[in-house]
Ligand binder design. Sequence first.
Ligand SMILES: [Zn+2]
Ligand SMILES: [Zn+2]
Length: 589
Amino acid sequence: MAPALPRRLLPWLRTPPSSSSAAAFSSAPSRGCPLHAALARRGAPAAASLALYARIREEASPPTPFTFSLLLAALASSSSSSSSSPSPSPSAGCARLAAACLAHAQAFKCGALAHPVVTNSLLKLYCSLGLLDRARRVLYSGGAALDVVSWNTMVSGYGKGGDLDAAREVFAGMPERSLVSWSAMVDACVRAGEFGEALWVFDRMMREEFRPDVVVLVSVLKACAHLGAVERGRWVHRYLETGSFGGRRGNLMLETALVDMYCKCGCMEDAWQVFDGVHRRDVVLWNAMISGLAMNGYGERALELFRRMLQKGFMPNESTFIAVLCACTHTGRVDEGKRVFKSMQDYGIKPQREHYGCLADLLGRAGNVEEAEALLLDMPMEPHASQWGALMSSCQMHNDINVGERVGKRLIELEPYDGGRYVVLFNLYAVNGRWEEARTIRQMMEDRGAKKETGLSFIEWNGLVHEFISGDTRHPLTRKIYALLEDIERRLQLIGYVKDTSQVIMDMDDEEDKGIALSYHSERLALAFGILNIPQGVPIRIVKNLRVCRDCHVHSKLVSKLYEREIIVRDRHRFHVFRDGVCSCNDYW
Ligand SMILES: [Zn+2]
Ligand SMILES: [Zn+2]
């Protein structure tokens, strides 16, 4: 189709059609018309859809609401199909936008917006183009007929666009709600990272006696996975097993979400059970199980499962290789990791930034920091700050000041307002006695007003997720928690625990502020809460947003022995299972 077509159509589209009464449209015999059938095909360029519409106006009977809903849907599909292509040209974007405006104007002139089906197609089109303000204007203009789908489209549009506040507002103002409305709202919360709110919205939905479907349950499982809320996750699992739900058997999306949730909560037995029970697997499910094993420290078993997947004839994809490289990293298998990386081309997969990052992390952790640095510098794309950050941890772990200094400075350049970046370089200088440089870095951090990310830990108990920040005093059990922590400190001292004083300046230590003597890192507060509430024999599960610091790691190991508790901590990078004084990561994290 000629690209100049929309311009040729413009004058023609400006003339109003002969009749503007909505009733006249709906009676037109549009179904079965070959032009309409052509318009219904998805993925055509916007200009082609407009040209079809023009022909319908010329040759067939006047356009009906059906015509407009087809036209608007065709334009929406043309936009989404082109936006997934690697580089949508700006002119194509303009053409879609112009086409959308023309179609909107025509629908308006013809009075087709008196039909909710047409309004909804228009809203979907604007949302798919990211034009949420325009969609909003249609919704609140008063000139378009609406139904519950219109509101749902708007909530979901804001959710996908990451604007949770706007989604909340539209959701709150809805005249009536359907299952899809609730599901869109839960999804909006999950996308915005408000996992606790997602569960709260889901609870409200259940109280209003909506029966959840696959879509909303997958979102709920995602929220549980992020919060480490395994009891809630188990509830979903039980719900799926009961007759009230159509049964999860055969629903791969749900089964994968269950495996992922159990893995991210550190419940490997349960994850295995679900995984083994699935008869028709796909590569996404294999990936979930392999990366779950790797993340939980079972590198050997992850690699075994990868081999089994290949034996069964499944084609690995990009995510599979990330999981497998991660498994090699956690078990320190440098040679195998290099082999796996090389083998990617045998499957026709070009290594992406993440794959280079994984390999560099593997090399760095194993002590080959120079090789890792060279890999990051030579890779065909620009590495992300997080990849340099991983190398920086390796430099710290192996106390390599030469590479560490270069990487540390680069990180500060890349993220000048992330205080954590200064802290690691400061510590590296300090540990090596280079005080002058350490002080300069500290001064630079203060001058720029760079802040450290707040440490957050979550623990689930009795269906509620409790959140703690460093030195938190907001929890109703604060007094008991601090009393227990002091008691733990005393008992630990008796068995020879000495606070890690190798850290030169306390408040520059690691990622989290220690602050005053009595304030504790967030995971210790969560741990004390767990000991106080969770019965003996039940593991204490904590999710933390930052990396666990050395001192807390020692602390957790000793507490696991002293109190005979299994403590499972998921930090930013991996799982730590503390049992009888040792950790599953073998102090390698
Ligand atoms: Zn700590
Ligand atoms: Zn550990």
